[in-house]
Design a binder for this molecule. Structure first.
Ligand SMILES: Cc1cc2nc3c(=O)[nH]c(=O)nc-3n(C[C@H](O)[C@H](O)[C@H](O)COP(=O)(O)OP(=O)(O)OC[C@H]3O[C@@H](n4cnc5c(N)ncnc54)[C@H](O)[C@@H]3O)c2cc1C
Ligand SMILES: NC(=O)c1ccc[n+]([C@@H]2O[C@H](COP(=O)([O-])OP(=O)(O)OC[C@H]3O[C@@H](n4cnc5c(N)ncnc54)[C@H](O)[C@@H]3O)[C@@H](O)[C@H]2O)c1
Length: 474
């Protein structure tokens, strides 16, 4: 079967980014087709954010109750792992996308199932399930929102070993007895936390000397301390040099000997899903990240018709940031098609300014890590005159009430010339919900003189804001 269809916009990939971009372009008056080769909803819904957070939330709730005399006795110390896994399955919609397909229909977006490839300017060829091709042409634009897959290191034996990537780590039906995790980034620490709580004996193998290297150093230190206390065997400076499976997995750790485990998760970063996307037909390098300007236009492609949004452009590999780009770029595509004027000033409606200076992220470990904007090191590297102010969150009345022995740390990075907050990091229980206050301060460039008037309620953990301001004033 083959056919040609014309739409104003063709979107490749129906993850959270593609869905939002298609929705905003449709709302702006365009006809939109979206091409998806797997499940509508993308990585986030089925093998990333949703199932991982569903695995992490029950152990977090249990730990919180265990830290409170009176509640501790009521919850005991066990976790019902089967119930956690069943709830995870529900949050992954049992790996079915009917709900999201219905949403696409309600939004008036045409779904084309199959693997899509660019075929020159404003043309997409889709290999449809069951054979055959469908050709889509775009009157105005094509948006690549194809996301990423797990990046595996090039190790002897890896292709025959049956290793876990983030997909297996978020969808496994039961906890392996022994789980080795390779990597020290967000996926590694979240999944080590989850599977350790679900009953696996976890060994975390970190090539570097610290966890979460892109965040403030105290974040990785506090998470490392807590992982060790929860029984994770955390090894820094450990590199896997080869591996094999003989019933169990045998990891060669070079001079550090070998490690045996039932499964091994490689949480070693992401690679863009652009290897088989026809990028060579539009003058871009297959397999590479697609660099874009602040309106989403691909750099190096003439004619102003190719956009890329979400993970695939490498600006910020986070669902909320992909959705933000989807909202901004989808509206830009509709505005350009209609000849409407754009608002290109920093923080204008047509540019994704926040990607550069105000990206929030929560790492759902115990303790949680919530951060936004620049770390002290990043801010210093930009040439700004900055100063960090720090405070122990456990000294705030709200935190002491929240949990006995509350451990946590907060830092605000202050721009000394503008007297605004350019970055903030909170580590501790329940800090995730505190983060948006910092995001508003950073994105809004709220002067410190005004933040004094943003009074945190007593006794909440958010009083840490007051303590940070006091630390700044001295
Ligand atoms: C374990 C894990 C946990 C995470 N947790 C969080 C979290 O808590 N919070 C957070 O913000 N982020 C989290 N992330 C990151 C988040 O998953 C990504 O940032 C997000 O999924 C990116 O969305 P996207 O739409 O750009 O890409 P994706 O979600 O990867 O979607 C891309 C879609 O394109 C489709 N596709 C690819 N190529 C083609 C093609 N040629 N033709 C047709 N379709 C194609 C794919 O099938 C997929 O459906 C996590 C990531 C991992 C791995
Ligand atoms: N809660 C969240 O927001 C959340 C959760 C999970 C993932 N994510 C997103 O997904 C992205 C990917 O996460 P990730 O943890 O896979 O990547 P990452 O880039 O954060 O971390 C990768 C880690 O693997 C290590 N590594 C790389 N190659 C290696 C090798 N050959 N041997 C040993 N170690 C190696 C790196 O040093 C690093 O510590 C992140 O950028 C993050 O934004 C977000």
């Amino acid at each position: 079967m083959s056919g040609t269809d014309e739409f104003d916009l063709v979107v490749l990939g129906a993850g959270p980014t593609g869905e939002n971009l298609a929705d905003r372009a449709r709302a702006g008056g365009l006809s939109v087709a979206i091409v998806e080769r797997e499940l509508v909803g993308g990585e986030c819904s089925y093998w990333a954010c949703m199932p991982s957070k569903a695995l992490l939330r029950p152990p977090a709730a249990l730990r919180e109750a265990q830290r409170l005399p009176g509640a501790r006795a009521a919850v005991g110390d066990g976790l019902d792992a089967d119930a956690v896994l069943r709830r995870r399955d529900d949050f992954a919609s049992l790996w079915r996308d009917d709900g999201q397909v219905a949403w696409l229909e309600s939004a008036g977006i045409t779904l084309v199932r199959g693997h899509g490839r660019l075929d020159g300017e404003r043309r997409v060829v889709v290999d449809v399930p069951g054979g055959g091709r469908r050709i889509l042409t775009a009157r105005h634009a094509v948006a690549v929102c194809t996301g990423t897959g797990a990046a595996l290191p090039d190790l002897p034996g890896i292709e025959h070993t049956g290793v876990w990537t983030s997909r297996e780590a978020t969808s496994a039906p039961e906890a392996p007895g022994r789980l080795a995790v390779v990597g020290g980034g967000v996926v590694a620490v979240e999944m080590a936390t989850a599977w350790s709580a679900l009953g696996s004996r976890v060994t975390l193998l970190v090539r570097e000397q610290a966890l979460l290297p892109r965040l403030e150093p105290f974040a990785g230190q506090l998470v490392a301390e807590a992982l060790r206390e929860s029984g994770v065997d955390l090894r820094f400076g450990a590199s896997v040099t080869g591996l094999a499976r003989d019933g169990e997995v045998v990891l060669d750790l070079g001079e550090h000997g070998e490690l045996r485990a039932d499964e091994v998760l490689f949480a070693t970063g992401r690679r863009p899903a652009t290897g088989d996307l026809g990028l060579e037909t539009v003058g871009l390098e297959p397999g590479g990240w697609i660099e874009v300007d602040d309106t989403g236009l691909a750099v190096g492609v003439a004619g102003g018709w190719l956009y890329a949004a979400g993970d695939v452009n490498r600006r910020a590999l986070l669902t909320h940031q992909g959705k933000y780009q989807g909202r901004v770029f989808g509206a830009v595509i509709a505005d350009r098609a209609a000849g409407r004027e754009l608002d290109l000033a920093p923080w204008g409606r047509s540019v994704a300014t926040a990607d550069r200076t105000a990206v929030p992220q929560v790492v759902f470990t115990d303790p949680e890590v919530a951060s936004v904007g620049l770390t002290l090191a990043e801010a210093t590297a930009t040439g700004r005159r900055v100063r960090a102010v720090d405070y122990r969150i456990g000294n705030v009345a709200g935190a002491a009430l929240y949990a006995d022995g509350y451990r946590g740390q907060a830092r605000a990075v202050i721009d000394l010339d503008r007297e605004t907050v350019v970055g903030a990091t909170f580590v501790g229980s329940a800090v995730a919900e505190l983060l948006h206050s910092a995001t508003v301060a950073v994105a809004g460039e709220v002067p410190l003189s005004r933040l004094w008037h943003a009074v945190p309620a007593y006794p909440t953990i958010s009083e840490v804001w007051l303590r940070l301001l006091e630390a700044w004033r001295g």
